[in-house]
Design a protein around this ligand. Structure first.
Ligand SMILES: Cc1cc2nc3c(=O)[nH]c(=O)nc-3n(C[C@H](O)[C@H](O)[C@H](O)COP(=O)(O)OP(=O)(O)OC[C@H]3O[C@@H](n4cnc5c(N)ncnc54)[C@H](O)[C@@H]3O)c2cc1C
Length: 807
């Protein structure tokens, strides 16, 4: 075995092989994959091999689509038999919500590039005459997917990589991984030691054990999953054509033809599922392992599946497979760096690894080799979880995710498992006041307030909280609103080099005077957006940076790893130390002045300024800035003083008509101000120029990371541009991922949207080709299957001159 490789991949399942292949394709063949058994001997060999196109997430759909485009060609490319069956699939809709989801997904299909049709029960039966369509409203027919032999796919990608120069070492367990002073990794194996620049954990259900070798944790749960194979089915024998894979949420099942037999896989619901090895601790000697079957817990679901395809009932059960499957807490795989480590990557946590192996490999390889992937990786980054994701959290979430595999994902739906995990001191009080919370990076954050006890009827369309959110928005625009945003990520950055460090790392210039606040972006060397922060200069050498709650670990890495040797800067994550209350609205100054002696007038405390002041006897950081576009202050007290501050603000605010508001209202208010959102408009796919945010770049301040690439792009011109638009929608608003059309040509994709309650318009953002970006341009956005006309706006629809912010 060689003693050096640029990259070592631990694990030879479909995820490791998919990455190996794509690293080689991208030009890096100095890669060694090390597998403790045979390739595929973890979860991969026993999988059912389906590769669906239909997944409820735009970026994940791109990952699946890559597999479905590559797998049919893989045999020709590598010479390895993969047994690709281009069967297509039909997913069943029984409710209007299912149907709306199909309409939303058809838009995604259009942009991603796979064929999908929504068909009625008659057509379903024409395509698959054996389906019982009782209770069926429609089917989502996807034509470009299928299933394959998982071992064939894995071996083919490994063989293709070997042909391109990669090394595969089998029957060799990685026993330890240590960081060297050189920054490289020393990978100890049963057959010797390898020094590598980068290491990737692709160890499937063993991934948590491998992560622990480098002192990291990995929030995945290993679940059991069954499928059964029936005896031969007479009706299949008489046909040349294979039936499409049927996916039925009611049965929580996939049903397909396996040669002349039937195959049914069941995702039994929460409460009936067994964890195989909770928190990912299978024995190292577990190899090609299957578990005893447990038909009893499958029976209710199997019964429903047989009702859907009655011809399978009489065929009897010939074989039962019960194998291990890893689930992340939120469903998508773990692709990206490990928090706090350089050059240690995750490529695991995939519960649809056969479908995802190729796509995960493609986009992770781009990230590893070029610093960015061409798709938005935010939702796959392992740093989307923090230390709060402990054993009980993960187990609860893993069970939930497993049971929800075939549930229709409804916008806004709050799932209960593992909650609450991180709460501000106000959590109970806000719940008592009707607060409905949503979870971000473990934090419970208020979403809306149910003042009359109503519960949200989740839907793709405007629902019964529409007017409630409108009232919250109007309270902020006309009176004063209060919001607990204690989940913000917060960092204290100090030291003699703090200013020059931040100036070098961010595209914007750091504030020149004490108290100044700027919006700053960290870019990659390619000029793509990595992070967005609000930075306040507290004193000459002390800065306070805020970023999205979900970015706490990522942005900490950007800051810490952005430091050069010799730079005298200290970075402290103070996210848990300080809370945040947002006080916003035209009456906020009057209210706040009742609780502080500090001067709040424009001369003493202008917009985009921060100071340490005392409010209601509590010493805190007050920043005159907000994301809702009104006069107001963000108040950052010590976390343990948040409740006392809230009570004081509420008492003083009653005479001003104070109201609680939540994140639904924030979305409406921010979109009226055309404020971009990190993770939606601002992602690793785009530059600040693409996002029409050149005013946040200071080219003339000297060097900053990403400057050369941004300048190059400025000279060469843009391939796409962010537009802000209003749209003549009827009963639904833009959510992001909808296709944008000029006639029949798809010219772009939306990134986010919502209803602006104050301006009474439906609004959105999207990326289009630059010739459609001129203000006044009209195009169509497909909203739940309907084309609606959108018009590009040239400025924020609300308060374009920032008069309210500066009031
Ligand atoms: C019954 C069943 C049916 C399924 N059907 C489908 C399906 O139809 N479609 C689909 O997309 N997915 C399906 N899946 C899920 C799919 O099997 C997994 O998502 C996928 O196989 C995961 O691949 P992986 O590479 O992450 O893990 P694995 O295949 O488990 O690979 C990890 C490898 O790492 C090796 N390893 C671990 N530790 C070390 C170490 N220290 N040193 C060296 N090597 C190590 C292991 O031996 C193993 O080979 C199914 C799962 C089950 C259980």
């Amino acid at each position: 075995m060689d003693s050096h490789a640029r990259i070592v991949i631990v694990g030879g399942g479909i995820m490791g092989a998919g990455l190996l292949y794509h690293l080689c394709e991208a030009g890096c063949s100095d890669v060694m994959l090390i597998e403790k058994g045979e390739l595929t001997s973890g979860s991969t060999w026993h999988a059912a091999g389906q590769c669906p196109s239909l997944v409820g997430n735009y970026n994940l759909a791109k990952i699946h689509h890559h597999g479905n485009t590559l797998y049919p060609r893989l045999e020709e490319l590598t010479g390895q038999y993969v047994s690709w069956h281009a069967s297509g699939g039909i997913r069943i809709a029984r409710t209007q919500d299912d149907l709306d989801w199909f309409r939303f997904m058809r838009g995604i299909a259009r942009n991603v590039g796979f064929r999908m049709q929504i068909i009625g029960p008659d057509e379903i039966r024409k395509i698959n005459p054996f389906v019982n369509t009782d209770g069926v409203l429609a089917g989502a027919w996807t034509l470009d997917d299928g299933h394959a032999d998982p071992a064939g796919l894995c071996n083919a990608m490994a063989r293709g990589a070997k042909n391109m120069g990669a090394t595969v070492v089998r029957h060799n367990r990685v026993t330890d991984i240590q960081a060297l002073p050189s920054g490289e990794w020393e990978v100890t194996t049963e057959k010797g030691t390898v020094i590598a620049e980068m290491v990737v954990n692709a160890a499937g259900c063993f991934a948590r054990r491998v992560a622990q070798m480098v002192g990291a944790d990995l929030p995945i749960s290993n679940m059991e999953h069954h499928y059964i194979v029936t005896g031969p089915v007479a009706e299949f024998m008489d046909r040349d054509e294979e039936i499409p894979v049927i996916r039925d949420p009611h049965a929580s099942a996939y049903i397909r033809q396996e040669q002349q037999s039937g195959l049914i896989g069941i995702y039994e619901h929460v409460g009936m599922t067994q964890a195989w090895a909770p928190r990912g601790f299978p024995n190292w000697d577990s190899d090609s392992e299957l578990f005893p079957d447990d038909l009893d817990r499958l029976m209710p679901w199997l019964g429903r599946a047989m009702e859907r395809m009655p011809i399978l009932e009489k065929a009897g059960i010939k074989r039962i497979v019960n194998g291990a499957i890893a689930h992340s807490a939120d469903g998508p795989p773990m692709l990206g760096p490990v928090a706090g480590l350089r050059n240690f990557w995750m490529c695991c946590g995939s519960s649809f690894g056969i479908a995802q192996g190729a796509g995960c490999g493609k986009y992770l390889a781009q990230w590893m080799l070029y610093g960015d992937a061409e798709i938005n990786m935010t939702g796959f980054d392992p740093r989307r979880f923090g230390v709060y994701a402990d054993e009980s959290y993960m187990q609860a979430k893993g069970f939930q995710d497993y049971g929800m595999t075939y549930a229709t994902p409804l916008p806004g739906e709050e799932l209960p498992a593992g909650r609450p995990s991180r709460t501000s001191p106000l959590y109970e009080k806000l719940c008592e006041r009707g607060g409905v919370h949503t979870e971000t990076f473990g934090w419970e954050r208020p979403k809306w307030f149910s003042l009359d006890g109503r519960e949200e009827a989740f839907s793709f369309r405007r629902n019964n909280v529409f007017e409630v959110v409108r009232d919250e928005c109007l309270a902020v625009r006309e009176r004063v609103g209060l919001l607990d945003l204690s989940g913000f990520a917060k960092y204290d950055i100090s030291g003699p080099d703090a200013h020059s460090f931040l100036d070098r790392l961010c595209a914007n210039a750091m504030p020149g005077r004490t108290g100044g606040i700027v919006l700053a972006h960290i870019l990659s060397e390619q000029g793509r957006i990595q992070a967005e922060m609000t930075v306040t200069r507290l004193t000459d050498n002390r800065y306070y940076a805020l970023s999205a709650a979900a970015a706490e670990m990522r942005d900490l890495d950007h800051l810490v790893q952005g430091k050069l040797a010799g730079e005298n800067v200290t970075i402290k994550n103070v996210s848990d130390d300080r809370g945040v209350l947002v006080l916003a609205g035209p009456r906020s100054r009057k209210l706040l002045s009742k609780l502080t002696d500090a001067r709040l007038d424009n001369a003493a405390f202008p917009w985009l300024n921060g100071k340490e002041i005392t409010v209601a006897g509590i010493s805190l950081r007050a920043l005159r800035v907000n994301y809702v576009g009104e006069l107001g202050w963000e108040l950052h007290p010590p976390m343990d003083a948040v409740e006392e501050l809230y009570d004081a603000l509420w008492r003083a605010g009653e005479e001003f008509g104070i109201a609680n508001f939540g994140l639904y209202a924030v979305n409406s208010l921010r979109i009226e101000k055309a404020y971009r959102g990190w993770g939606a408009e601002l992602t690793n796919e785009v530059s600040l120029l693409d996002a029409d945010m050149e005013r946040f770049i200071k080219f003339d301040k000297g060097g900053f990371v990403g400057r050369e690439a941004t300048l190059r792009q400025k000279n060469e011109g843009l391939a796409m541009k962010l537009v802000y638009f209003d749209i003549d929608s009827l009963d639904s608003d833009v959510r992001g991922s909808e296709p944008i059309f000029d006639g029949e040509t798809c010219i772009g994709v939306t990134t986010s949207g919502g209803y602006g309650h104050f301006v009474q318009k439906s609004l959105g953002f999207g990326y289009v080709d630059p010739q459609h970006a001129e203000p006044g341009t009209c195009f169509d956005v497909e909203l739940l299957g309907e084309r609606r006309v959108a018009t590009v706006l040239h400025q924020p629809i609300h308060d374009p001159a920032n008069q309210r912010l500066k009031a």
